[in-house]
Design a protein around this ligand. Structure first.
Ligand code: BDR
Ligand code: CA
Length: 338
C-alpha cells in the first residue's frame, strides 16, 4: 500500500531534491504539487517544479500555482542561496508542460475532498499526508477557507522552524520567517481540527548529506533524467558553499514520511513568535517539564502539540535519497527525458 502525499514547495534546490524523491519512491503516491513564493518568485517556482517532474518522468502529477506573497510580510526570496532561477542556474532544459489552471488552494481542496470520500465507510485509509517545504501561506489559506478539507488529511509533515537554531535570522528559520502569520495559522488550525503535525526543522535539516563524489556518480548517468538532475543539484550546493558534501535539505522531510523511525521526535507545544525585535518568526518549542505549574504561565496552553524532530539518522536518509534518485529503488527508473 502506498502513502498518498502532496508536496507544497518553493523550488528551490533542495525542494527539487525532495520532488525527485517523492516522484520516484515506490512507497509514495504523489497526488499533486502546489507552489508558493519563497526561495524564488512563484512563477519561477512553478517552472522549476514542472522541470523536476519532467526529469522524473512524472508529468502526470498536477502542479498548481499558489500564493505569490506572504499573508502580511513583503516577499524576500533566497536566490543568493538557490541561484537566480531558484534552482541552481543549471542551464537545464525548461519543462514543456503547463501548470494546472486551478489555484493551489483549489487543487488541495479537490484532492483532499476526493481522499476523504475514498476513505469513507470502512474503505482503506487513503487520506493524504501533506508535506509543506515552503512558507506555509497556501496551507494557511486552505485551512481557514476550507476547514472541511481536514477530513482528507492524515497528517502534516512540514519543513520549517527549529527548537534551537535559525538561518534566515539568528532566531528564525526561513520558511517560518518568510510568513510567520501563515505558520501560526496552520499550527492553530491543526490543533483545532485535530490534524497531527510533525516539524522537520533546522535541528535535523542539515544532517543528511551527499558527497560531491557521489553527486558526480549521479551526474554520469546523464540523459537529462532524475539521477543527473539530482547529482547536479548536490554539486551546485557543494560549489556554492565550497564544501565536500551538501544536505538533501527538504528531501529529509520526505524521508521522514517514508521511514519514520529514522527521526527521533518529541511531542511538544510549539508557538510562532509574531512580534519581537530580533525573534519574529521563531518557533518557540516548549521543552519544559509539563508537570510544572501551568497556572502561573501567562501564555497558557499552546494550540498545537507537535512531533518535533530532534535527531535524525543522517546516513540512512542520505542513502534512501541516493538509492531512489539513482534508480536503484525507483518506481520508473531514472525517468530519462524522451
Ligand atoms: C528552508 O528554506 C529554504 O531555503 C529551503 O528550501 C528549506 O525549505 C530551510 O530554511
Ligand atoms: Ca523549500
Amino acid at each position: 500500500m502506498t502513502t498518498p502525499v502532496i508536496l507544497d514547495v518553493d523550488t528551490g534546490v533542495d525542494d527539487a531534491c525532495a520532488l525527485l524523491l517523492a516522484a520516484l519512491h515506490p512507497g509514495l503516491d504523489l497526488r499533486a504539487v502546489t507552489c508558493a513564493g519563497g526561495n524564488a518568485p512563484v512563477e519561477s517556482v512553478v517552472r522549476n517544479t514542472l522541470t523536476v517532474l519532467e526529469a522524473a518522468g512524472r508529468l502526470d502529477v498536477p502542479v498548481a500555482r499558489g500564493a505569490a506573497r506572504p499573508l502580511l510580510e513583503h516577499p524576500v526570496d533566497a536566490t543568493h542561496v538557490h541561484g537566480l532561477d531558484g534552482m541552481g542556474d543549471l542551464d537545464w532544459p525548461k519543462a514543456r508542460a503547463h501548470a494546472d489552471p486551478r489555484h493551489a488552494v483549489e487543487l488541495l481542496r479537490d484532492e483532499l475532498a476526493a481522499a476523504a470520500a475514498a476513505s469513507a465507510d470502512g474503505s482503506p485509509d487513503r487520506r493524504i499526508t501533506l508535506v509543506p517545504l515552503a512558507p506555509l501561506t497556501n496551507l494557511a489559506l486552505l485551512l481557514r477557507t476550507h476547514p472541511e478539507a481536514a477530513a482528507g488529511i492524515r497528517e502534516i509533515v512540514f519543513m520549517g522552524g527549529a527548537a534551537h537554531v535559525g538561518n534566515a535570522t539568528a532566531s528564525a528559520e526561513f520558511n517560518v520567517f518568510h510568513d510567520p502569520e501563515a505558520a501560526a495559522v496552520v499550527l492553530d488550525a491543526a490543533g483545532e481540527l485535530g490534524i497531527p503535525v510533525t516539524m522537520y526543522g533546522l535541528d535535523v535539516f542539515y544532517e543528511p548529506r551527499v558527497s560531491a563524489a557521489r553527486a558526480a556518480e549521479l551526474v554520469r548517468a546523464g540523459g537529462r533524467g532524475a539521477a543527473e538532475l539530482g547529482g547536479r543539484l548536490i554539486a551546485y550546493q557543494c560549489q556554492r558553499f565550497s564544501s565536500a558534501a551538501a544536505t538533501i535539505g527538504d528531501a529529509g522531510a520526505v524521508c521522514a514520511v517514508i521511514d519514520r523511525s529514522g527521526v527521533m521526535t518529541h511531542r511538544l507545544p510549539v508557538r510562532v513568535e509574531l512580534a519581537g525585535t530580533w525573534s519574529r518568526g521563531r518557533t518557540i518549542v516548549d521543552r519544559r517539564d509539563w508537570s510544572g505549574d501551568l497556572d502561573h504561565d501567562p501564555h497558557g496552553v499552546a494550540p498545537a502539540a507537535v512531533d518535533v524532530c530532534l535527531e535524525v539518522e543522517a546516513e540512512r536518509y542520505a542513502e534512501l535519497w541516493l538509492e531512489t534518485v539513482s534508480g536503484a529503488r525507483s518506481r520508473a527508473g531514472t525517468g530519462a527525458r524522451t
